[in-house]
Each structure stands twice: as C-alpha cells, then as structure tokens.
Ligand binder design. Structure first.
Ligand code: AMP
Length: 274
C-alpha cells in the first residue's frame, strides 16, 4: 500500500482516504462519493480494529462480508481497497499507541475506556500507510471526529479532515453496521434515538436554553421504550466536547445520545447552530 501511495503522490495525484470497518452501507458510500469528487484517487480501508474494542464488546461477532463490500466499492468507483490482516497491522512486538487526552476521556471514552486509544492508534497507522491528502469521516461518530481532528492538529498530520453528514434510513434511524443486530421489534424501538434528538432540537428551537430541562425531556422519551436503556443524553460544546449547562447564541453544540436497544448499543447525534 505504501508503495502504491508513493507512486500516486509522485505522479502528482491527490489521495482521498475513507477508513472503515467494512459491512458497508450508504453512510460509508457517502464518504466515498465525497472523496471521489475531491480527489484523483480514492482509497478505502476495511479493518475491524481489535484495539478499539473493550474486552466485553462485539469484536468477534462484528458483521463482516468482504465480497459484498468489494462489489459495492468497485460499483462506486473506488480505486484501491486496503484490507490488511490484524497481524500485519499489529505484528508481534507491537507496543506503541497514540493517546488523545482530553476529549477521549469524556462520554464514549468514559464508558469505553480503551476505545479512542484504539481509534487514534489505528488511524495514525493508516494515515502513515495510505498517506492521504484528504481523509473522510462521518459525523455519525461525532466524538471520534473531534478526537481525530484534535490529533491531526496536535501531531501535525499533513492532511485535511473532511466530516460528512449523517446518512439516515428513511424513517430516521442513523445507518450503522450494527443495525443488523436488531430484531424487527428492536429496529422499530431504535427510532427512539432520533426521536429523542429531534424532540430536544425542537425544544431548543422554541427557545429553551436550560440544558437540564432539555436533557430530562429527551431522557423521558428514551426511557419510555422498554427495550431501551440509555447510557447518556448530553449537550456538549462543538469543539471541546465539554458538557454545557446553558446554551448561548452564535455557538454550535452537539446533542448526543448512546442507548442500548436490547443488547445492541447505538449512538446518534444532532448538530445545533444557535
Ligand atoms: P465504521 O465502519 O462504522 O467504523 O465507519 C467508518 C466511517 O463511516 C466513519 O467515519 C463513520 O463515522 C462513517 N459512518 C458510519 N455510519 C455513518 C452514517 N450513517 N452516515 C455517515 N457516515 C457514517
């Protein structure tokens, strides 16, 4: 991969890069489309990264289907798929990790302690292998984007970060490879995430600025569904990801939620500009 990337760069062409864990859907393909429209060459990686899964998480049962992914990517005009083995990325003797300190410790990071260390490490490795001019990530994983943007700035990675909007199913469920775990009933129940976000956004639009009130409305929606057990509903500053208590005008915030539907943990968010 490094040799191919070197040749592309020497020939004066730009590389757009879309890192994924595979089992692709329209959300991933929207990143591919963005990359193709802005770069000469688009490279997609497929790697289910073990270091970002905690010991009791779904690494071994994470959905995989390389053949389907390969045809989707070739139909969508991707130039190269980087599909390494775990042993190639983490060979015997591997002992170096990248840690983003502050944003990584909040919310998802508080609940999934090794998660962002795994993400920043694999993305650094992939950036060093693929050497992209532009890298594409989804706002679906808003905290991941904030962690990675901070890492790219702090460590002077010589590339542009592009964050693309959340792609949803027609009924509002944010697309995710993990949606395949949901039973028919759970698939309906899972709409409670986007419903809680829309309700909170509506309350804010009608003038509410007290975050405690907004969060308690959203939480009451999440807890109405018997299969739903929310980890959090939070309102955070766009850049720092710190929790806020009162909303100010001319600022941007994320409404964020993580909620288990049955055994499946889903996340969703909405960006608010005041
Ligand atoms: P994953 O394969 O889940 O690690 O996701 C790979 C990339 O696709 C990440 O940058 C995600 O944020 C992005 N992504 C996942 N789901 C969506 C979605 N529904 N809309 C937009 N981007 C997404």
């Amino acid at each position: 991969m490094q040799e191919i990337s070197n040749e592309i760069i020497i020939s004066g062409k730009s590389i757009g890069f879309v890192p994924t864990m595979g089992f692709l859907h329209e959300g991933h393909l929207s990143l591919v489309k963005a990359s193709k429209s802005e770069n000469d060459i688009t490279i997609v990686s497929i790697f289910v990264n073990p270091t970002q899964f905690g010991p009791n998480e779904d690494l071994s049962k994470y959905p995989r289907d390389f053949n389907r992914d390969e045809s989707l990517l070739s139909e969508n005009g991707v130039d190269y798929i980087f599909y390494p083995n775990v042993d190639e990325i983490y060979p015997n003797g591997f002992q170096t990790y990248v840690v983003q300190e502050k944003i990584s410790s909040l919310l998802e990071g508080a609940i999934r302690p090794v998660h962002f260390r795994g993400v920043t490490t694999i993305v650094s490795i992939l950036f060093n292998i693929v050497k992209p001019r532009r890298a594409y990530f989804g706002q679906k994983d808003a905290q991941q984007c904030a962690v990675l943007k901070r890492m790219v700035t702090d460590l002077c990675f010589d590339l542009e970060m592009h964050i693309c909007p959340i792609v949803r199913e027609p009924d509002g469920l944010a697309m995710s490879s993990r949606n395949v775990y949901l039973s028919l009933q759970e698939r309906m129940d899972a709409l409670v995430l986007s419903r809680s976000l829309n309700t909170a956004a509506g309350i804010i639009k009608s003038g509410e600025r007290d975050c405690a009130k907004i969060k308690s409305e959203a939480m009451s929606i999440l807890t109405q569904v018997p299969s739903a057990s929310p980890d959090y509903f939070e309102i955070v500053d766009f850049d720092t990801f710190e929790t806020v208590t009162t909303l100010n005008s001319k600022k941007s915030y994320f409404l964020l939620t993580a909620c288990k539907i049955g055994k499946t943990r889903l996340i969703d968010n909405q960006l608010i500009h005041l």
